[in-house]
Design a protein around this ligand. Structure first.
Ligand code: ADP
Length: 431
């Protein structure tokens, strides 16, 4: 049935009851009591309506589906409809609040910075990444103009020119950022920042590595090509000169081979696909072999000493051998004749330690932190003379990193150097 019809029927029924009551009063007790009864009935009906109207007005001050008043007559229908509407509203609101919370959380976790600004660049909201990238603080800077907060000429020019179709590469507070501004909703704009500092650094390292490696390879190649050219232009070259050329070419070929081998070792160590092997390394045996190789390299020019008191360890035998041998050969190569090179293997409370100590040329303090960089040499010509590739300590660093060990370097120019490899205690094998 139509709701209006229901409403009117129930209203008419109530009025009829009051009128019938008044009529019965008139019939039994006379006109005045009958009219009084009718009036009282009408006042009662109006009071009930006023009471519900008041309840509705009270409820509207603080509308919640939980405390909606119960109704009577047509009010039952009104309140039940209001209840349904309110419940729907509350559900939508809860869903909206949940979505907003989820959106906020997603924005907080986003590695890219997001800031929302109005059409004249006043900051309305930003996520923590944007705070970090641009040095903003939402609490302090909300409502401030972003161009007053990010005061770099490139950024201000970008805003003034408004060429937002191409992103801006911005160097800001020791970071390299890709900044993008996207207009939306007519009077708002989103600023997105992407931090490329780390990838730029890796790119730069890669470029440097390629440039250095090509340079290192080009030198011996030039020498070899030069001799080959001489050989082809002067076929009747004296045998002694030719054999000296061949000797030099062989040396350069060997140098290239060492370089390529070291580069391959480095790239293998760097690629995490190769897990560290966990094998028991007989350190005494390994160090005695390294010691003998050191003696062969020194060819009696140095005094070599080995003190071996430490335990066996767990690790990758090939990797550890190549790291330790690099340190020992360096000590021999950078120590003049009659110098001493001491190899010590000991067990300390913090873990096993390998020390190579020499009284060679030493290294001045400003070079020490850079020694493990690829192709870094204190003295390029000396390193070449001693057949160095410039990659030895970079290999040592990677091997130690993979074994959770540290390299400590102490050195004084003209006095000597001490390279310590500190292994963690857990790699030691109890004897
Ligand atoms: P290289 O192949 O040139 O020796 P490394 O990476 O092994 O390359 O060493 C880097 C640089 O560190 C060397 O060029 C040298 O200048 C310096 N160096 C390494 N070990 C010693 C040492 N025991 N005494 C003095 N200088 C050293």
């Amino acid at each position: 049935m139509h709701p209006h019809l229901v409403f009117w029927i129930s209203a008419i029924v109530r009025m009829m009851i009051v009128l019938m009551g008044a009529g019965l009063g008139w019939f039994f007790w006379g006109a005045v009591p009958g009219l009084m009864l009718g009036l009282a009935g009408m006042i009662g009906l109006i009071s009930v309506q006023l009471h519900y109207l008041l309840s509705l007005s009270d409820w509207l001050d603080n509308p919640s589906s939980a405390r909606l008043p119960d109704g009577w007559g047509a009010w039952t229908e009104i309140f039940s409809r209001l209840y349904k509407l309110r419940r729907g509203d509350e559900k939508n609101q809860a869903e909206l609040a949940e979505w907003l919370a989820r959106f906020r959380q997603a924005m907080t976790l986003l590695p890219d910075g997001v800031a929302i600004m109005d059409d004249v660049m006043f900051l309305e909201w930003c996520n923590p990444a944007a705070e970090q990238h641009l040095g903003l603080s939402l609490l302090k800077d909300k409502g401030m103009r972003v161009t007053n907060l990010v005061r770099t000429p490139e950024f201000i020019d970008y805003i003034i020119l408004a060429r937002y179709e191409t992103p801006l590469v911005l160097s800001f507070r020791d970071r390299k950022l890709i900044v993008h501004i996207i207009p939306f909703e007519n009077r708002r704009q989103i600023l997105v920042t992407h931090d490329v500092t780390e990838s730029e650094r890796i790119d730069m390292m890669r470029r440097d590595f390629i440039a250095n490696a090509s340079h290192e390879l080009r030198t011996p190649l030039t020498v070899i090509n030069g001799f080959l050219e001489i050989a082809s232009m002067q076929p009747d070259l004296e045998v002694s000169i030719r054999s000296s050329h061949l000797k030099l070419m062989t040396e350069q070929g060997e140098r290239m081979q060492r370089l390529v081998e070291d580069m391959l070792t480095l790239s293998r160590l760097e690629s995490m696909e190769y897990a560290v092997r966990h094998e028991r390394i007989n350190m005494r045996q390994m160090l005695e072999q390294i010691f003998q190789e050191g003696e062969a390299l020194s060819a009696g020019r140095h005094e070599l000493v080995l003190e071996c008191d430490g335990p066996d360890i767990i690790g990758s035998s090939d990797e550890i051998r190549s790291a330790l041998i690099n340190l020992v050969t360096n000590a021999i190569r950078y120590t003049p004749e009659k110098g001493q090179v001491k190899l010590i293997w000991q067990n300390l409370p913090q873990g096993p330690r390998f020390i190579v100590q020499d009284n060679g040329i030493g290294i001045s303090a400003e070079h020490i932190s850079r020694l493990t960089e690829r192709f870094y040499r204190v003295d390029k010509s000396r390193s070449r003379e001693t057949q160095g590739t410039g990659l030895g300590l970079a290999i040592v660093k990677h091997v130690l990193l993979r074994h959770k060990a540290n390299l400590l370097i102490e050195s004084t120019p003209g006095v000597g150097s001490k390279f310590c490899v500190q292994f963690p205690a857990e790699v030691a094998v109890a004897n």
